[in-house]
Design a protein around this ligand. Structure first.
Ligand code: UD1
Ligand code: PEP
Length: 416
């Protein structure tokens, strides 16, 4: 097993570059299967999830080359439409094969997806959407089966603005006959990124980024090249890293509008923020104030930043309240932070966080963002922290060790 070893207490300084967005890259890579021919996708982060996705694409018969953050996909050789359990259960995004394969081949079969264990994470909204477009849906022995001789546009109201359901239904609908309208759609930047890519392949999608998405079906999509947006959650994590260590960091290759909810909270806490066109400088200090947050769909405070922000709140003066509304079970990091001395009390979906002195300990990354929160806590803790189960962190943070070392953090990977 590999672990991270972090010695806390260093001030960080300098600049770092943000990688392409995992949660945009995953659906976009899968959507490359819809376009006929070869797509070259740029700014694809080198992550465990992306490498798993490449295995999935190859298992379906696609030709894939990946080098220097560029991914070339030739979708024309796809000749299988089923993803096995060991491939699907390693990641959430395996379910995007449902929308993509249904659109291009009228059939798809996959085991129910994996991903971070942060709640029950059903896919009922995805399946209702596919059914509304005319697909038959069945679940046998844990495998989801979709079949459609023909897809027809429909009006689909999502009970909740699910990111995955919006992306999946958007993919399935691009070649459906007639018009599809997705109401109460998710508005995350990753939805806009997928819509832009599908549109450069010839799709007719309007309204991505608002809660009503309109799709006019077309006969065919032709593969095209595309560059993925920067990762707002990776950017946010390094913003919190500057604040928790009371350091001065410049974070480059960020779309500032995507991290506005985080900027607002850091300013409320008393950090100094300087915004430029594509970069943000965060200057922390030792006098941060307690604040409250409630996670919400975009443009609210992102649930994918809740764990990292909670680590930061342990260093604020006073008591902060964190309410998690998106996932019903996303506080697994609390017990691990408590091992490091964090004073946090949980009541249902609410956590009360007190100012705490953190000390290094042996902890485990229970999921991706929990792992990131532990790195943040360890960088400010007294002494040495050893983080286990770091494969979760490698699902979502490209070159995390090199990036933190570059700005002066004492972090290494060991066999443990
Ligand atoms: C790969 C990826 O992009 N993952 C992101 C995506 O996950 P994911 O797409 O799984 O998240 P959703 O937006 O779908 O989930 C939000 C809520 O809706 C519920 N739900 C969802 C679908 C469904 O069919 N039925 C249902 O009840 C979920 O259980 C959850 O409580 O958006 C989340 C919310 O921003 C992020 O935390 C994840 O990092
Ligand atoms: C929850 C996350 O990922 P996934 O949906 O892939 O599990 C995340 O990126 O924080």
């Amino acid at each position: 097993m590999e672990c991270l070893v972090i010695e806390g207490g260093n001030k960080l300084e300098g600049e770092l570059n943000i990688s392409g967005a995992k949660n945009a890259a995953l659906p976009i890579v899968m959507a490359s299967l819809i376009g006929e021919g070869v797509s070259v996708l740029d700014n694809i982060p080198n992550l465990r999830d992306i490498n798993n996705l490449i295995k999935i694409l190859k298992s379906l018969g696609a030709e894939v080359e990946y080098q220097n953050n560029k991914l070339k996909v030739n979708s024309d050789s796809v000749n299988k439409f089923e993803i096995s359990y060991p491939l699907a259960n390693k990641m959430r995004a395996s379910y995007y094969a449902l929308g993509a394969l249904l659109a291009r081949y009228g059939q798809a079969k996959t085991s129910l997806p994996g991903g971070c264990e942060i709640g029950s994470r059903p896919i009922d909204l995805h399946l209702k959407g596919f059914e509304a477009l005319g697909a038959s849906v069945s679940i046998d022995h844990g495998m989801v089966n979709l079949k459609a001789d023909k897809l027809t546009g429909a009006k689909i109201y999502l009970d909740y603005p699910s990111v995955g359901a919006t992306l999946n239904i958007m993919m399935a609908a691009v070649k459906a006959e007639g018009k599809t309208i997705i109401e109460n759609a998710a508005r995350e930047p990753e939805i806009i990124d997928l819509s832009n890519y599908l549109n450069v392949m010839g799709a007719k999608i309007k309204g991505a980024g608002t809660d009503i998405i309109r799709i006019e079906g077309v006969d065919n999509l032709k593969a095209n090249d595309y560059t993925i947006i920067p990762d707002r959650i990776e950017a946010g994590t390094y913003m919190m890293m500057a604040a928790i260590t009371a350091s001065d960091l410049s974070i480059n290759n960020v779309l500032v509008e995507h991290v506005k909810p985080l900027i607002a909270k850091l300013i409320e806490m008393g950090a100094t923020i300087e915004e430029d066109v594509n970069s943000i400088r965060v200057i922390g200090n030792n006098q941060l104030n307690a604040v409250d947050i409630k996670t919400l769909p975009y443009p609210g405070f992102p649930t994918d930043m809740q764990a990292q922000f909670m680590a930061l709140l342990t260093q604020a003066k006073g008591v902060s309240m964190v309410v998690e509304t998106v996932f019903e079970d996303r506080f697994a990091h609390v017990d691990e932070l408590k091992r490091m001395g964090a004073k946090i009390k949980i009541d249902g979906r609410t956590a009360m966080v007190n100012n705490s002195k953190l000390t290094g300990a042996k902890v485990k990354a229970t999921d991706l963002r929990a792992g990131a929160a532990l790195i943040l806590a360890a960088l400010v803790a007294e002494g040495r922290t050893v983080v286990e189960d770091i494969y979760h962190i490698e699902r979502g943070y490209e070159d995390v060790i090199a990036k933190i070392q570059k700005i002066g953090g004492n972090i290494t990977k060991i066999n443990c």
